[in-house]
Write a protein that binds this ligand. Structure first.
Ligand code: ZN
Ligand code: ZN
Length: 755
C-alpha cells in the first residue's frame, strides 16, 4: 500500500521529521518525509497495508511533545515501488496551504540543560545549546520552510561533529536547524558600553560578577536585548530608573529557580505550572509580606513580574551569581520597540548600561517576554509574545480570504485571520513613534509571508486620529482593499465571544479609553453584542475631563470634576495644591473649566479608578499606563469592603459620583485599604447588575467581562460571582489578552463578518 499524507499545524521545528523517520523505520516502511514551504509536512510511505495503518495510527497518537497537528489528510494509492529506504528529503518548494504555522520560541529543554552541565559533554557550558525540542524559532526564522538556510543560523556552517549529529536519525539533534557548538556556533562576548571588547576568558561568568557588583548590563537574548541588574541592592535600580526615565514603572525579574521565587513571592499551583512551562512567561505574583528584594523593583505594587531562566545563557548567568534574581527588562528606549541589532543596541542602550553581554547571531524577529497573570484559576494574558506568538488561536469562523486587524494605539499587536486560524503577532508596543509604526508594518509583512496569506480586508479602530487607522486606510488605498472600522469596546467584546465560541453576549467592557460611536470617550460599557452588531445598553456615569489628556495624567482633576458640587471640596483640593503642576493657580483654572463645562466627557472605568486612587492619596500622577489603578488594586489587596455601598443605577447608567462622594466623606474614618477595596467592589457589583438587568430584559444567557480592567482580580471575581449567582453563564479571557493587546483579534473577527 502507498499512503500520501499531508500534515498541518505546528510540525516544523519541533522534531517532527525525525519522529516520522523513526516511526517509518520501525514499521518497515519506505518513502520520505519533507518539510513544505507553507510550514506543513508531506509524508509518502509504501509498505504492507497493516504497517502503513499502524504508522498512521502512531503519527496520530505519539507525536513529539511540542508538535500540534491541526489536520492530517491521507490519500491511499497503489505502491509504485520507487523507494528502497526511508529518507528525510530536502524541503520542497510547494505552497498550497495558507495560514500554516511557524512555531514560537521554546525554552531550553531538560536534556539540553543536562548537556550544558555535563563536563564530559561536547556542549558543556555552551550558551547557545538547543535541540529539536527547544531553542529559538519565530525569532530566528526569516522564511519558510524552516530549514537552516532560512534562519539567522545560516552564517554558522556546521562543524564535522555537529553535522554528524544533524544527519543521524537517532540523535536528538537530527535535523535540528539551530544545532551549534562552541567550535562552529555563535560566540558570546563582553564589551563596554562603547562596544570596546573587554578581554575575558569566561564572559558569562564575568557578566554575573559585574551584575552582583551593581553594574547594569545589556544582555542579548534570542528575541532582543534585556537590561539586567541586581535585585537585592537599590543603587543600580535607582540609576536604571534615572537613565531609562522610568520613575515608577515595575521591572520584570528573572529568578534562579522556583524555590528562590518562593522566598520572596507567593506561588500557587497554577502559577508554578506557568512559571515552569516550556513558554517560561513572566508571571505576576503577589509579593510576600517580608519581600526581601529591593522595593524599587515594583514600587507601590503588591505584585511583581517574575520569570525563570529560559536559555542556556540564563542558566549559566545564575550558576556563578550570588544574587537570587536579576532585573530583566526589555531593552527598549522609552516608547520604542525592543532593540535587536548589535550596532542599534550600542547606540540606543549604550547610555543606559555599563556593559554589553552580546553574541554574533542576528535576530530575525523581535519578541518581548510574555506576561501572564492568574485570576481565579484562569490564566490571563497580559502580553502574549515570546513562547506564544505566532502560534494561532483557533476560531469557529468561516473566513474568506485573509483579514488583517491593525490594533488600536496602546499595546498594539496585529492579527491575521484566515480560514479558522487567527495569527496574533507578538507585542509591538504603543504606536507613538515612527519606530514602532515601522515595527508594526514589518511584522504585518513578515507574518503574511510566513503564513502564506494575502490580505484581502483590513480592520482598524473607529478613532480617526490613530496611526493604525491611518495605516489601515493607506493599505486599503494602495491595494484596493475594503477597510472596516470597528468600535473599540465592540472589538473587546467580540474577541471574548470568539475565544469562548459564543454567538451572543451581554459584554462588560472596561478600560481607560476607546472612541465611542457618539464621539465621546468610552471605557465603562455594557454592550449587547453579536459578531457584526452591537448595541450600547448601559455605561458608567459620564464625567467631564478638564484639560482632556491632562485629566488622565493627573487624576486629581477627575476628583475635582466628579466632586465639583460637594461643599468643602475646594478646600480639600487646595490642600493638595502641591500635586498640581502649577499649584493653587492650576486648581482655579481647572474649577473654571468645570464651571463652564469646557472639555470632553468620558464614561471610562479607568478614570474613575484613577480618581479614587488620587482621592485616597495612593497615586496623584500617572507616570505609566494604568499606574493609579494598579496601585489602587495593590492597596485594596490588603483591605475589606467595609463601606458596603449599594450601587445606584438610574436607567442604564451606574452612578459613580455617589461612590466618590461616599469615599470622600469616609476618608478619615476608614482605612485606605478598606476604602480602596470598597470602591472596586462598588464598581464590580454595579457593572454586573447593569449587565444582568440587560441580559434579563433581552433574554441573553451569557455575560462576559473584557478590557484592561479585567486584569483586576477583585473586580473580575466579584463580577463573576454576581453574574453566576443570578444564573447566568460568565465568560472571561484565557488565550487572548483582555486589554488592548487583543484588540486586533476582535477587529479581524468583526470585519470577517461584515460585508
Ligand atoms: Zn533541547
Ligand atoms: Zn559544531
Amino acid at each position: 500500500m502507498r499512503a500520501e499524507i499531508l500534515l498541518e499545524g505546528i510540525v516544523q521545528g519541533v522534531g517532527f521529521r525525525p519522529f516520522v523517520y523513526r516511526c517509518a523505520v520501525r514499521n518497515r516502511l519506505v518513502g520520505y518525509v519533507q518539510n513544505r514551504q507553507d510550514a506543513g509536512i508531506t509524508i509518502v510511505v509504501e509498505g504492507s497495508g497493516r504497517d502503513v495503518k499502524r504508522f498512521i495510527r502512531e503519527l496520530k497518537n505519539n507525536r513529539p511533545p511540542l508538535a500540534k497537528v491541526d489536520s492530517l489528510v491521507v490519500e491511499y494509492a497503489r505502491p509504485k515501488g520507487e523507494f528502497t529506504d526511508f529518507r528525510i528529503v530536502n524541503s520542497a518548494r510547494v505552497r498550497e496551504i495558507t495560514g500554516s504555522v511557524v512555531p514560537p520560541d521554546i525554552s531550553i529543554c531538560q536534556e539540553c540543560l543536562k548537556d550544558l552541565r555535563d563536563r564530559s559533554n561536547r556542549r558543556h557550558k555552551y550558551f547557545f545549546i538547543t535541540c529539536t525540542d527547544c531553542g529559538p524559532r519565530y525569532t530566528t526564522i526569516r522564511d519558510t520552510p524552516y530549514d537552516r538556510s532560512n534562519t539567522t543560523m545560516q552564517k554558522f556552517p556546521m562543524c564535522r561533529h555537529c553535522h554528524e549529529e544533524y544527519i543521524e536519525p537517532m540523535d536528538r539533534r537530527f535535523h535540528a536547524q539551530t544545532i551549534a557548538c562552541a567550535q562552529c556556533g555563535p560566540k558570546v562576548y563582553l564589551t563596554d558600553n562603547d562596544g570596546g571588547l573587554v578581554g575575558s576568558e569566561d564572559p558569562i561568568r564575568d557578566a554575573s560578577r559585574l551584575l552582583d557588583e551593581g553594574y547594569i548590563l545589556a544582555i542579548k537574548g534570542n528575541g532582543g536585548f534585556h537590561i539586567a541588574s541586581a535585585t537585592t541592592r537599590d543603587d543600580p535600580i535607582v540609576r536604571l530608573r534615572r537613565t531609562k526615565h522610568r520613575a515608577q514603572k515595575p521591572f520584570a525579574i528573572m529568578a534562579r529557580d522556583l524555590e528562590t521565587i518562593k522566598s520572596f513571592a507567593c506561588v500557587n499551583s497554577e502559577e508554578a505550572a506557568l512559571l515552569e512551562s516550556y513558554v517560561k512567561p513572566i508571571v505576576l505574583l503577589r509579593k510576600r509580606q517580608d519581600f526581601r528584594l529591593s522595593d524599587r523593583i515594583a514600587p507601590g505594587l503588591f505584585n511583581v513580574g517574575v520569570m525563570l531562566p529560559y536559555t542556556g545563557l540564563h542558566f549559566m548567568l545564575f550558576e556563578h551569581a550570588k544574587e537570587p534574581a536579576f532585573i530583566m527588562t526589555s531593552g527598549n528606549p522609552p516608547d520604542e520597540p525592543i532593540a535587536t541589532g548589535n550596532s542599534e543596541a550600542l547606540k540606543k542602550l549604550g547610555p543606559e548600561v555599563d556593559f554589553f553581554l552580546s553574541h554574533d547571531r542576528e535576530i530575525a524577529q523581535r519578541c518581548d517576554d510574555s506576561v501572564v497573570r492568574v485570576v481565579g484559576k484562569n490564566t490571563m494574558m497580559i502580553r502574549r509574545s515570546r513562547g506564544y506568538a505566532p502560534a494561532p488561536i483557533y476560531v469557529d469562523a468561516k473566513v474568506d480570504g485573509c483579514v488583517l486587524g491593525v490594533g488600536g494605539e496602546l499595546n498594539v499587536t496585529c492579527c491575521l485571520l484566515t480560514q479558522k486560524k487567527a495569527f496574533l503577532s507578538q507585542h509591538i508596543g504603543d504606536i507613538e513613534t515612527p519606530d514602532t509604526l515601522q515595527f508594526l508594518k514589518r511584522t504585518i509583512r513578515h507574518l503574511s509571508k510566513l503564513t502564506r496569506s494575502e490580505i484581502t480586508k483590513v480592520a482598524c479602530d473607529l478613532h480617526p486620529g490613530f496611526q493604525t487607522t491611518r495605516l489601515a486606510f493607506e493599505m486599503g488605498d494602495k491595494n484596493e482593499l475594503p477597510v472596516i472600522k470597528v468600535q473599540h469596546h465592540h472589538a473587546h467584546t467580540v474577541k471574548l465571544m470568539a475565544e469562548n465560541d459564543v454567538e451572543e453576549v451581554v459584554g462588560i467592557a472596561c478600560d481607560g479609553f476607546g472612541h465611542g460611536h457618539d464621539g465621546k470617550a468610552w471605557g465603562g460599557e455594557i454592550l449587547h453584542c453579536s459578531s457584526n452588531h452591537y448595541e450600547r445598553i448601559g455605561h458608567l456615569q459620564e464625567h467631564l475631563m478638564p484639560g482632556g489628556d491632562l485629566a488622565t495624567k493627573y487624576p486629581l482633576r477627575m476628583v475635582a470634576t466628579i466632586l465639583y458640587d460637594v461643599e468643602d471640596v475646594e478646600d480639600w483640593l487646595g490642600s493638595k495644591a502641591a500635586y498640581f503642576l502649577y499649584g493653587e493657580k492650576e486648581i482655579e483654572i481647572v474649577l473654571a473649566e468645570i464651571e463652564r463645562k469646557k472639555g470632553s466627557y468620558t464614561s471610562s472605568c479607568g478614570r474613575v479608578l484613577d480618581a479614587v486612587s488620587a482621592l485616597l492619596g495612593i497615586c496623584y500622577s500617572r507616570t505609566y499606563e494604568g499606574e493609579p489603578a494598579m496601585k489602587l488594586e495593590s492597596a485594596a489587596a490588603y483591605g475589606k469592603d467595609d463601606l458596603k455601598l449599594q450601587p445606584r443605577i438610574q436607567g442604564e447608567i451606574l452612578d459613580t459620583r455617589l461612590l466618590l462622594e461616599e469615599i470622600y466623606r469616609r476618608r478619615d474614618s476608614l482605612p485606605v485599604a478598606d476604602l480602596a477595596c470598597s470602591a472596586q467592589s462598588y464598581l464590580a457589583r454595579g457593572l454586573a447588575e447593569l449587565a444582568v438587568l440587560g441580559a434579563e430584559r433581552l433574554g441573553v444567557p451569557t455575560i462576559g467581562f473584557s478590557g484592561g480592567v479585567a486584569y483586576n482580580e477583585q473586580i473580575t471575581l466579584a463580577i463573576r460571582d454576581f453574574v453566576q449567582e443570578r444564573g447566568f453563564r460568565f465568560i472571561m479571557h484565557n488565550r487572548v489578552p483582555p486589554g488592548d493587546a487583543g484588540i486586533s483579534f476582535g477587529q479581524a473577527i468583526v470585519a470577517s463578518k461584515t460585508f
